[in-house]
Design a protein around this ligand. Structure first.
Ligand SMILES: [Zn+2]
Length: 275
């Protein structure tokens, strides 16, 4: 294994903090090192960045890459890139894995660029395979996470609930952020407003917090369509965002179509800018 890969794996595992929630076996370093398919594929120079990001984020499911195909657990395969040119809306409504990496997740603190919605694009086939394809299936993977006097439902799959626990643990040292932490929802099996695709909340990988101090693109820009120019607004502290991001969550405030209460477990998006 190259030193770079070893360093990345060690950093990845360091972020998996133990917590009190019912703990699912996390993708452990030993497991990755023993998995010759994964390790061998890291050495392939031709593997797209998005594939490598997926393999690091979801080692229980994405095992390798061959002939433009993601090799999945159980011997199944899935095309990485369906080869179709897509409009902005199609990248959200009909995403293949490659489309998920076609936006910029800008962590510099600048306002998001026009139509840059990294993370709003989700390959539904992949997400349903990992987290469950029906409400009943998803529910079987949920656990309760202690969240500042509340209990919120989150999926154990991919270590998401453990990561939310790690966020909560770190936030206990920041009493100044307490006013932003009241949750207005985590798991809810539903479609995205005005669209036919499943919301991230359906998979138990998203939490909304601090709604009274939040901004949403349609509240500030009523009547605007997805491709219209809109005005940005945010009142969430950057320190709160940084803590979530350290544990694999992306923030809806970094989307052109901002949703600043929304945090979503998407380590592959963060990996794709760190690798
Ligand atoms: Zn949300």
């Amino acid at each position: 294994m190259s030193n770079l890969v070893r360093i990345l794996l060690v950093s990845f595992c360091f972020l998996s903090v133990q917590c009190s929630a019912e703990r699912r076996q996390n993708p452990a370093k030993e497991e990755l090192e023993d998995d010759t398919t994964v390790v061998a594929n890291f050495h392939e120079a031709q593997i797209p960045l998005g594939v490598r990001s997926l393999m690091m984020a979801y080692p229980d499911f994405v095992k390798g890459y061959e002939n433009d195909t993601l090799l999945l657990v159980g011997g199944k395969g899935m095309p990485y890139d369906d080869g179709r040119e897509k409009s902005f809306e199609e990248k959200l409504d009909d995403a293949d894995p490659e489309d998920m990496f076609s936006f910029t997740y800008d962590r510099t603190g600048r306002q998001p660029g026009y139509l840059q919605d990294a993370g709003r694009s989700r390959c539904e086939t992949l997400f349903k395979m990992m987290y469950g394809s029906t409400e009943k299936d998803v529910r079987q993977n949920l656990t309760q996470v202690e969240w500042f006097g509340e209990k919120v439902l989150f999926t154990r799959v991919n270590g998401a609930a453990d990561s939310l626990c790690a966020v909560a643990k770190e936030l206990t040292n920041h009493s100044e952020l307490l006013p932003y932490l009241k949750s207005s929802g985590s798991f809810l099996w539903r479609k995205v407003r005005g669209a036919n695709r499943q919301s991230a909340h359906s998979y138990g990988i998203a939490i909304d917090v601090g709604v009274s101090k939040s901004d949403y693109w349609l509240w500030k820009n009523p009547g605007k369509k997805e491709t219209d120019k809109i005005v940005y607004s945010n009142r969430m502290p950057s320190q709160l965002v940084a803590i979530f991001e350290r544990h694999g969550f992306i923030w809806g405030g970094r989307w052109y179509h901002y949703d600043t209460m929304h945090f979503e477990f998407r380590p592959e998006i963060l990996n794709s800018f760190d690798l």
